[in-house]
Design a protein around this ligand. Structure first.
Ligand code: NAD
Ligand code: MG
Length: 383
């Protein structure tokens, strides 16, 4: 029996994790859950999985949630940053699924690593903000960071059994998002609804916008740099609209290994929480006879400047990826609030990055203050 803590259980990834846990009740026990503000969904998850602890954002929400839980369920309801850390560090956890969205996922994930708990990592922002710090901490605590992001799960799978010295490069695939073939002259008319409708994946709002701008791929390049300890120069982003090849790795002899599957996060999630075992989660295998058309093309970084910004950020290093990530969160929120246009997103991130004075070899405090700084500056650009 594996005891799971699921941070962000009410999100798209969190719900998929619970679906898998629900399929194998003799294999998984869910002992901690966290949500943000969606207490209706969290209440129904608590009734089904009866965790020891559940956390929400505020005291007020915690009170409301408590009222919805029948008295025979003894789940302790907690809230705020302490609540999330309690859910991440509860005694007896075997693996923490880090699936809060954005920078809010950083500190609970770090707390779980400090405690020595293995992490199934969906929250890529953790590694974008503080990749070096987090990977060093994990290694010093003997903690495994198992990728949930489908591309990183693919790369991880392609690397199994391979010798480090035989590795050449990563080919990180991207669907290209909903605007891959839209002429840039029409970008000014893009609405939030257009940007939220992803062609192949169903995901939370923030990552859907990130996928439309290709910032998601930029964040994933940085995530891969840290997870696999490679240079950004060893990562090629390749557009693959069908989202069947989840990523590839090439080796010094020119051989390429790819991992394929239907575009559904359950495969990558199950592999992360049961690695090295595979679970019979009944995902269909792609119907190859019908897949006559697997295509690949280079990304257009003039049309999607966020991808270029991410490569610049990781090349610069230090606090720049953290600043880019914070500015992106502010810009995406402003776009969702209809305060800025789709085309403004890259512009305000770029302006924030240009204003930043790098902090060299940042510690955790420096990272948090760079994140705060970037939010304030980017907010000025979006108002
Ligand atoms: P989502 O928006 O559907 O869910 C986010 C979760 O985080 C929810 O439970 C929400 O309540 C919680 N949350 C939001 N703000 C919070 C805050 N301030 N404090 C505490 N909790 C908060 O997002 P998602 O699509 O499930 O993505 C989660 C993470 O996984 C992101 O980092 C995303 O990049 C990554 N990811 C998602 C997918 C996907 O298919 N959805 C794929 C790969 C990686
Ligand atoms: Mg991904």
């Amino acid at each position: 029996m594996k005891n799971l803590s699921i941070l962000g259980s009410t999100g798209s990834i969190g719900c998929n994790v619970l679906e898998i846990a629900g399929m194998f009740p003799d294999r998984f026990s869910v002992i901690a859950l966290t949500g943000g503000t969606n207490i209706d969904l969290l209440a129904s998850q608590i009734k089904k999985f009866r965790p020891k602890v559940a956390s929400v954002l505020t005291r007020d929400l915690a009170d409301k949630l408590s009222e919805r839980i029948p008295s025979d369920i003894k789940t302790e309801i907690v809230f705020g940053s302490e609540g999330y850390i309690r859910a991440a560090t509860l005694e007896g956890i075997d693996i923490v699924v880090s699936s809060i969205v954005g920078s809010a996922g950083l500190l609970p994930t770090i707390a779980a690593i400090e405690k020595g708990y293995d992490i199934a990592l969906a929250n890529k922002e953790t590694l974008v903000m503080a990749g070096e710090y987090v990977m060093n901490l994990a290694s010093s605590k003997g903690v495994s960071i198992l990728p949930v992001d489908s591309e990183h799960s693919a790369i991880f799978q392609c690397l199994q059994g391979q010798r480090e010295e035989d590795f050449d490069r990563i080919h990180l695939t991207a669907s290209g998002g909903p605007f891959r073939s839209k002429p840039v002259s029409e970008f000014k008319d893009i609405t939030t609804e257009d940007a939220l409708s992803h062609p192949t994946w169903s995901m939370g709002k923030k990552i859907s916008i990130d996928s439309a701008t290709l910032m998601n791929k930029g964040l994933e390049v940085i995530e891969a740099v840290h997870l696999f300890n490679v240079s950004h120069k060893q990562i090629e982003v390749i557009i693959h609209p069908q989202s069947i090849v989840h990523s590839m790795v090439s080796f010094i002899d020119g051989s390429v290994i790819a991992q394929l599957g239907v575009p559904d996060m359950k495969g990558a999630i199950a592999y992360a929480i049961t690695y090295p075992e595979r679970m019979p989660i009944k995902q269909p295998v792609p119907d190859f006879a019908k897949l006559s058309n697997l295509t690949f093309e280079s990304p257009d970084t003039e049309k999607f400047p966020c991808l270029k910004l991410a490569f610049e950020a990781i090349k610069t290093g230090e606090t720049m990826p953290c600043v880019m990530n914070a500015a992106n969160e502010v810009a995406v929120a402003a776009f969702l609030d209809r305060k800025i246009s789709f085309m403004d997103i890259a512009g305000v991130i770029n302006k924030t990055m240009e204003k930043h004075n790098l902090i060299k070899s940042p510690n955790l405090e420096d990272i948090i203050s760079a994140d705060d700084w970037a939010r304030k500056i980017c907010q000025e650009f979006t108002n």
